[in-house]
Design a protein around this ligand. Structure first.
Ligand code: 3EB
Length: 325
């Protein structure tokens, strides 16, 4: 594999900021824009989903020298402050297993070559995720291919946090990985079975992700939360109620925050510095979902509401986020 310019050799602990601080200019790590928005900046990435409400923009700032965007073997990358964000897009997903395997192998080889061995979080956006019956469902095939790539290329004893949702035609497979030089602290949720232990009924290969991953030490940790839905144990709940699913998801987050506090000694808060992404299967669920989230104190000006298919057909809602704990 051809090597790219040395990216960022700083070893300082990453401190992500949620807005551009006044005074001396920090570097922007990346900016995510939703589908339809024009991508103009050198550090812009596409969030390939339709936006239902909000600003359509998520911006991450980091202290520490930024390296220019690089591109090698179909991988786009930016780095700053000890973190690297890389992305690969595969338009051809007739075989989602093969697309996932090839895309993950490409990304993991890129990280290996650039000396960012750890992955904190992966975002996976796949077209038509619920198409296909039984084990041939595209999400289940995606899980197989991702699992195969990790079996051959992943050398760590943890799995990164993850999000896996579906977009419409044209989404292809877009995988974005946030990598670091230090291993993240992994948090599982005592209220939910670890996804990598899900029983066979959910597919031939259990999903390869952990519930949350934290970086930055204990002084000002950054918590990346996986896509979270109304799953307790391994069962989906409230199949017909959007309010029920949103409330159950928030209970899952509270339980995850409990686990994080026990482990790291700081209590994350929903209302602090954060970015959230809310995934809704049906646009008409925007108002009821928004109300439950608003009543829970979620900062809606830092929340993107996006139209997406959730990887289990009965799920109407999923959300993920990053917050400064
Ligand atoms: C769940 O909890 C819902 O396959 O990467 C959430 C987050 C889900 C990530 C993934 C799937 C993924 O099982 C689905």
């Amino acid at each position: 594999m051809s090597s790219v310019e040395p990216i960022d050799r700083a070893q300082r602990r990453p401190t992500l900021r949620f807005q551009a601080p006044a005074g001396e200019a920090p570097e922007r790590l990346a900016r995510f824009r939703t589908a339809g928005a024009e991508l103009t900046g050198a550090r812009d990435f596409l969030l390939p989903l339709e936006q239902l409400e909000g600003h359509g923009l998520e911006e991450w700032w980091l202290d520490g020298g930024a390296a220019p965007r690089t591109s090698a073997e179909g991988v786009q990358a930016v780095a700053a402050g000890g973190l690297l964000l890389c992305e690969a897009f595969e338009p051809e997903t007739a075989d989602p297993r093969e697309a996932a395997r090839a895309t993950y192998e490409r990304l993991l080889a890129f990280l290996q070559a650039n000396d960012y061995p750890h992955v904190v979080k992966g975002w996976n956006y796949l077209a038509d995720i619920n198409e296909g019956r039984g084990d041939t469902e595209r999400y289940k095939q995606f899980c197989l291919g991702r699992g195969e790539a990790l079996e051959s290329c992943w050398r760590h004893d943890y799995l990164p946090a993850g999000t896996g949702v579906g977009g419409g035609e044209g989404t292809g497979l877009r995988v974005t990985l946030l990598a670091s030089r230090e291993a993240p602290v992994i948090i599982e949720n005592p209220r939910q079975m670890s996804a990598f232990r899900y029983p066979r009924q959910y597919g031939p290969k259990s999903p390869s992700f952990s519930r949350a991953a934290a970086i930055g030490g204990t002084a000002r940790p950054l918590l990346f939360i996986s896509g979270t839905a109304a799953i307790v144990g391994h069962d989906s709940l409230h199949a017909t109620s959007i309010e029920g699913q949103v409330s159950e998801t928030l209970r899952n987050w509270t339980s995850l925050f409990d686990a994080f506090e026990q482990r790291v000694g700081r209590r994350p808060s929903l209302t602090k510095d954060a970015w959230y992404r809310v995934y809704l299967r049906h646009p008409e669920h925007l108002a009821p979902a928004r109300k439950v989230l608003h009543d829970a104190g979620l900062p809606l000006e830092r929340t993107l509401f996006l139209r997406a298919d959730i990887c289990r057909r009965e799920l109407l809602f999923e959300m993920d986020g990053v917050l400064a704990a």
